[in-house]
Design a protein around this ligand. Structure first.
Ligand code: GLY
Length: 425
């Protein structure tokens, strides 16, 4: 079968690496891909926001299965287009239609969904552009810190937490006026703060059955000790020692099963991944956010632990046969350390030549994120550049290998956090 993978980050390089191992794969295409996926597959210069262009690529390359990596094409209805245009009756798509992608595309939709299905999450209020007064009054009744979320997609920047009530009021006013996050902020969710430790769970589902993928913890802030501005993620570890069997059990029964059943009860078909951003508060799980896709860099620690044939898993999902599928997971730990361009998440230089080790140590993997090719050289093209992943029997050894790889790669302006995983050791 020919497969088209949509996206261009470390997540897509990791998925491409795994799909390449499938005995069911004929040819892999990635749109638009990066320098790492170009080494494994055929990159296509297709604008993934142009649904007709994606549809033409599907036809031209005789694609049987499409995997959509990032959230924006899902929220924008790429899957609906591919499945409703009448041109690809047999096509399997991994990724929900726009209705299911609302779990990530609208924070207020997700909160209403959780309320409807009794899924534990922080108490909240949701306000639109005409409700500035009501939003300010709601804030005045709350205790600090204030958690303010732009309703729509905001490239990971749409959540602001502040202790200062007057700052919270002006953030809410800026959001609702459209001046800080455009349309994404014209509706705001104001949440009660949850004091706990963040971690993530992931499932693949066909809307009826689901399989649990490895859990993970990512490190969102740029600075060591979780300081400084948020990033897309500076590293990750899987599994997470503090997510013990009891916590998993609670999360499955109180959150995962009610979510999958809730989608079915609401008549929302769902084929693809659900990413549960969780807060562990006093031993109990609460949903911080849903994502309708895998995380990045979480994928770079989840995928190396999947022992089953990923394409076979996707085919079973497409056929609605997930309940009969047996998914095998490697018990080892996988860690990843993200190499970024100095200045990220602010301004940073691009086009710096990258040198990678000639020989990779066993069970280490270098996944490209923001890379491109210039005059035959691999160069930096984004803030997050490369994910240094490693598998080992213990978290200590996995991290040691990730850091050895991080040291062995060079490019001008290379930066990375030195404390990934230290808190869970
Ligand atoms: N690493 C967080 C995310 O992918 O949303």
């Amino acid at each position: 079968m020919n497969v088209l993978l949509i996206g261009s980050g470390g997540r897509e390089h990791a998925l491409a690496w795994k799909l390449l191992q499938s005995s069911f794969l004929t040819q892999l295409f990635v749109a638009p891909g990066n320098a790492g996926t170009a080494e494994l597959a055929t990159n296509l210069k297709v604008d993934v926001n142009n649904h007709n262009a994606v549809s033409r690529a599907v036809k031209k390359h005789n694609i049987g299965l499409v995997v959509v990596g990032p959230e924006a094409p899902l929220v924008n209805g790429l899957v609906d287009h591919l499945q409703d245009c009448g041109k690809h009756p047999e096509l399997v798509v991994v990724g929900p239609r726009a209705a299911g992608a609302q779990l990530e595309g609208s924070k207020s939709f997700a909160k209403e969904f959780m309320k409807r299905h009794n899924i534990p999450t922080a108490a909240y209020g949701a306000f639109d552009g005409e409700q500035v007064k009501e939003a300010v009054a709601f804030l005045a009744k709350m205790k600090a810190p204030y958690v303010l979320k732009a309703d729509g997609l905001a490239a990971g920047k749409g959540v602001i937490i502040t202790d200062d009530l007057s700052e919270a009021e002006s953030v809410v006013k800026d959001m609702l006026s459209g001046s800080s996050f455009g349309e994404a902020g014209r509706r705001v969710v104001i949440e009660h703060f949850m004091d706990g430790i963040e971690c993530s769970m992931f499932v693949v589902t066909d809307g009826k059955a689901y399989h649990l993928l490895p859990s993970a913890k990512d490190y969102k802030r740029i600075g060591e000790g979780d300081t400084g501005p948020n990033t897309g993620g500076m590293g990750a570890v899987s599994p997470v020692p503090f997510m013990d069997a009891e916590f998993h059990e609670k999360a499955i029964n109180q959150i995962i099963i009610p979510t999958v059943k809730g989608l079915a009860a609401d008549d929302i078909p769902y084929n693809g991944f659900i990413f549960f951003g969780l807060m562990k508060v006093g031993g109990d799980p609460y949903v911080v956010e849903y994502n309708c896709r895998l995380g990045d860099p979480e994928t770079e620690v989840i995928v190396p632990r999947i022992q089953s044939d990923l394409l076979h898993l996707f085919e079973n999902m497409g056929a609605g046969l997930l309940s009969e599928y047996h998914l095998q997971i490697d018990p080892k730990t996988c860690s990843t350390v993200m190499l970024v361009s100095e200045g990220y998440p602010g301004n940073y230089a691009k086009g710096k030549s990258i040198t990678v080790p000639e020989r990779m140590e066993k069970d280490t993997l270098l996944f490209h994120s923001g890379t491109g090719t210039s005059r035959g050289n691999t160069v930096t093209s984004g803030g997050r550049v490369l994910a240094c992943s490693a598998l080992a029997a213990t978290p200590e050894n996995a991290l040691k290998k990730s850091y050895a790889l991080a040291d062995a790669v060079s490019f001008t302006g290379k930066a990375y956090r030195k404390d990934i995983g230290q808190d869970i050791l």
